[in-house]
Design a binder for this molecule. Structure first.
Ligand code: NAI
Ligand code: MG
Length: 298
């Protein structure tokens, strides 16, 4: 049987980096079931034409026809974005509709020695937000952040091998920049997780290399951590690595660990060698050139 993968590039550089992820999956050949890609609509441009950012058809096809999906990013073509009447983020709606409650964002630096300078995972609560889980410090907002803290501690009791430490969010950012190696897994409410993972991305060179999956009990969506990068959109400068790594994470989540490792090794080799890099990493290569270098190694 085939592996049915929904593709939702949405807007901006999503249309440049999601095809790169598709090619990386295709390059795996017979190490995964034959991929079958299903193109799906969503995003701000779709909203401008049809008045809806996430069409019902996309949601239904994801639920009924797809085994997994890749999402690019949606944007308002400007940053910082302004509120547009009637528009709301399709990925936020998707996370809720499909109960993808965990956003897992590994941030790993690569180095020639093989010992990464940074190696941590931000686990971001994914289906709630500021009103509910609360973005604040439990020393100040004791009820809401306090609840988050107590919930994590309650679950942690079932896993005695795991050592739990705590850090208030402001000093966590400080510590992240001074001693990133003290962190292994950071579990955070929605907004803190968003901010911490962008901050951690700076430590490994670029937002363009940091992947994520949106995971629930029944479905998984790969998604780069970055946004639509309006400053470089359409210039062939977008780094495809975050999306390609997201595809690998998605495959590992589905049980295709060897296939995922093949993609990840190819990416790491290209990054360590450093000959074919996009401008965010100091190189001169295009999105397509980096993708081709990775495909060759897969
Ligand atoms: P951004 O992540 O788009 O860009 C921040 C900086 O990182 C920019 O300098 C950009 O050029 C660079 N960058 C990002 N991805 C890159 C890549 N693949 N390769 C090379 N450089 C890359 O964040 P920003 O500017 O705050 O947001 C832009 C738009 O994206 C906004 O409209 C925002 O709403 C939207 N956005 C959408 C998301 C989603 O749909 N999941 C997530 C984050 C932002
Ligand atoms: Mg973000």
């Amino acid at each position: 049987s085939s592996l049915k993968i929904g593709l939702i590039p949405a807007d901006g550089i999503g249309r440049e980096v999601i095809p790169a992820a598709r090619q990386a999956i295709e390059a795996l050949g017979s190490s995964i079931p034959k991929p079958e890609f299903i193109d799906l609509d969503a995003g701000f441009e779709y909203f401008q034409k049809h008045g809806k950012a996430l069409p019902e058809e996309t949601l239904q096809k994801l639920k009924n026809e797809c085994d997994c999906a890749m999402f690019g990013l949606s944007n308002l073509h400007s940053s910082p974005s302004t509120k547009v009447a009637g528009y709301s983020s399709p990925i936020v709606a998707l996370r809720k509709a499909m109960d993808l409650y965990a956003n897992i964002r590994p941030v790993v630096g690569v180095s020639a020695s093989g010992k990464p300078s940074v190696d941590l995972v931000v686990v971001r609560e994914n289906t709630e937000c500021l009103h509910l889980t609360i973005i604040h410090k439990s020393n100040v907002l004791s009820i809401t952040d306090g609840l988050f803290r107590e919930s994590v501690r309650a679950v942690a009791k079932e896993w005695p091998d795991i050592t739990i430490a705590e850090q208030l969010v402001d000093s966590a950012v400080y510590k992240l920049f001074r001693e990133p190696n003290v962190f292994d897994v950071m579990v955070a409410p929605n907004l803190y997780g968003d901010i911490l993972s962008d901050a951690a991305a700076a430590l490994v060179g670029s937002l363009g290399v940091v992947p994520s999956i949106n995971a629930g009990d029944d479905f998984v969506i790969g998604e780069p951590v970055h946004g639509s990068a309006p400053d470089i959109a359409g210039q062939h400068k977008a780094n495809p690595v975050a999306s390609i790594r997201s595809a690998a994470m998605m495959l590992r989540h589905l049980g295709y660990g060897d296939a995922a490792s093949r993609i990840e090794k190819a990416v790491d080799t290209v990054l360590v060698e450093g000959h074919v890099l996009t401008p965010d990493l100091g190189g001169k290569a295009t999105t397509e050139q980096v993708t081709q270098a990775i495909l060759k190694l897969i």
